[in-house]
Design a protein around this ligand. Structure first.
Ligand code: THU
Length: 157
């Protein structure tokens, strides 16, 4: 028998510790929460993805009266990026949320399983690790890759 450990290294930083480029991406994610259509949950999520062509694309959760027809912020952002910049590679992702109290969540929020799976595919297409920044009002978690958020993920290629 052997045991296999799964390790994920997360760095926790304050905003003042981010580089100007990181700050730009985190600002875009916070700003993207304003595009949420979330009348059912009142929970607004924003995602920002930096592409290797310099563009930052954003997305926000879009809910629907038929609940399962809605989509999360991360998937709205990554599918927008894929549809509009099919040649571009992802270089970084940031995710933010504003809670039901209309305030930025104090602690970082993490993407749901379906969004992890969707983002993973774009990381695979990029051919390199894509850092993921999870934002809270108090601190920012940075993970080295989407893969590190989803160990033993299903991949077809
Ligand atoms: N949501 C996201 O946008 N991203 C996630 O990774 C998890 C949840 C949205 C879905 C729904 O509109 C709201 O947050 C509350 O679950």
């Amino acid at each position: 028998m052997k045991e296999i450990d799964i390790l994920t290294k997360i760095t926790a930083r304050g905003y003042d510790e981010l580089s100007p480029e990181e700050r730009e991406l985190t600002d875009a994610a916070w700003n993207a929460t304003k595009g949420a259509y979330a009348p059912y949950s009142n929970f607004s999520v924003g995602a920002a993805i930096r592409l290797d062509n310099g563009v930052i694309v954003t997305g926000a959760n879009q809910e629907n009266a038929a609940f399962s027809s809605g989509t999360c912020a991360e998937r709205s952002a990554c599918f927008y990026a894929g549809a509009n910049y099919p040649q571009a590679k992802f270089t970084a992702i940031a995710i933010a949320a504003v809670g039901t109290d209309k305030k930025r969540v104090p602690n970082p929020v993490a993407p749901c399983g379906a969004c992890r799976q969707a983002l993973l595919e774009y990381e695979t297409l990029a051919g390199h690790n894509v850092p993921v920044m999870l934002l809270g009002e108090n601190e920012v978690y940075t993970l080295p890759s989407v893969k590190s958020l989803m160990p033993l993920a299903f991949t077809e290629f």
